[in-house]
Design a binder for this molecule. Structure first.
Ligand code: F6P
Length: 324
């Protein structure tokens, strides 16, 4: 099929670098003479018909901006076939012939259903700070989020040292340990707690006391948030009530989702946006742009709709070994 008109949306949590991908999709499509319609606020906006025609200048001056100019949302409705049918009718009424979806595995499940139920051509671009989409080593926004977390922990370390304190610093990622592990190793954290790990409070106390005995003034424990944010407060309570150990909790939260994208995020997002369009134009769909062995390429969509299965225990051990 020769395409003349693409739709483009962001879905799920935003991530720094999404704008670089939007820019690359729009500019590559226009380069090939293909019209692009931006869909505001993800699948929810699609169902409400929130469209915006994109031209060369609609994506000018956005490469350096965090967030997404198209905005985003998580849509519960889109999980139901009846609403996906409605969405395809809306797309076809607009004469949109294919859809580029920037988001995580949940968003790609929606895209996969559009293809399987209605043969609507789709290509995904992985954008989430969690770096947890299967078949890709990288998702747009991860590098920026980690950099933000590292800068925050460095600041916390300054005051932790001055007051000889222990901090539990909780980072985002839900069930993914990716941000926690990289932040922990890169900040010299004394320990990194993985999302589903049963916390060994005695070991935390022993490690901290061993550090104090050898002259350490501060300890940082990076806590992966897990299914619900705020897990650090429970750990703090057990350490206080059962081990008489005082700690301070800092939950970094949404500051990790904002900010200007790093060069890595800009570079990969630019390649992915370009490749998504080239993929559609050459009939490579349904696919997702991925990084494998350090290269950006296209992977079957069906292989990108689950959570990545990374094993982070070796890096957890690395953080501990280097901070003895
Ligand atoms: O999936 C991205 C993410 O930032 C997770 O790391 C975090 O748990 C979640 O989104 C927060 O979602 P919300 O912005 O809807 O609170």
């Amino acid at each position: 099929m020769t395409f003349t008109h693409f739709g483009l949306l962001c879905s799920g949590g935003d991530s720094p670098g999404m704008n670089c991908a939007i820019r690359a999709v729009v500019r590559t499509a226009l380069f090939h003479g293909v019209q692009v319609t931006g869909i505001k606020r993800g699948y929810a906006g699609l169902l409400r018909g929130e469209f915006q025609s994109m031209n060369l200048s609609s994506v000018g001056n956005i490469i350096q901006r965090g967030g997404t100019v198209l905005q985003t949302s998580r849509s519960a409705e889109f999980m139901k076939p009846v609403f996906r049918k409605k969405a395809v009718e809306i797309l076809r009424a607009q004469r949109i012939e294919a859809l580029v979806v920037i988001g995580g595995d949940g968003s790609f499940n929606g895209a996969k259903a559009l293809w399987e139920e209605h043969q609507f051509p789709v290509v995904g671009i992985p954008g989430t700070i969690d770096n947890d989409v299967s078949s890709t080593e990288y998702t747009i926004g991860f590098d920026t989020a980690v950099q933000t977390a590292i800068e925050a922990v460095d600041r916390i370390r300054d005051t932790a040292h001055s007051h000889a304190r222990t901090f539990l610093v909780e980072v985002m990622g839900r069930n993914s340990a990716a941000i926690a592990i990289k932040t922990g190793v890169c900040t010299g954290a004394e320990n990194v707690l993985l999302p589903h790990e049963k916390v060994n409070h005695q070991k935390i106390v022993d490690d901290i006391q061993r550090g104090i005995a050898r002259g350490k003034d501060s300890s940082i424990i990076v806590v992966a948030e897990g299914p619900t944010a705020g897990r650090s407060y429970e750990i703090q309570k057990v350490l206080r009530d059962n081990y008489q150990m005082d700690t301070h909790v800092v939950i970094l939260g949404h500051i990790q989702r904002g900010g200007s994208p790093t060069s890595n995020d800009r570079f990969i997002a630019s390649q992915m946006g370009n490749m998504a369009v080239e993929g559609l134009l050459s009939g490579r769909y349904p696919t997702v742009t991925v990084v494998q062995a350090g290269k950006v390429l296209l992977e079957d969509l069906a292989n990108c709709v689950t959570k990545a299965d990374h094993n982070f225990e070796e890096y957890q051990q690395l953080a501990q070994t280097l901070s003895i």
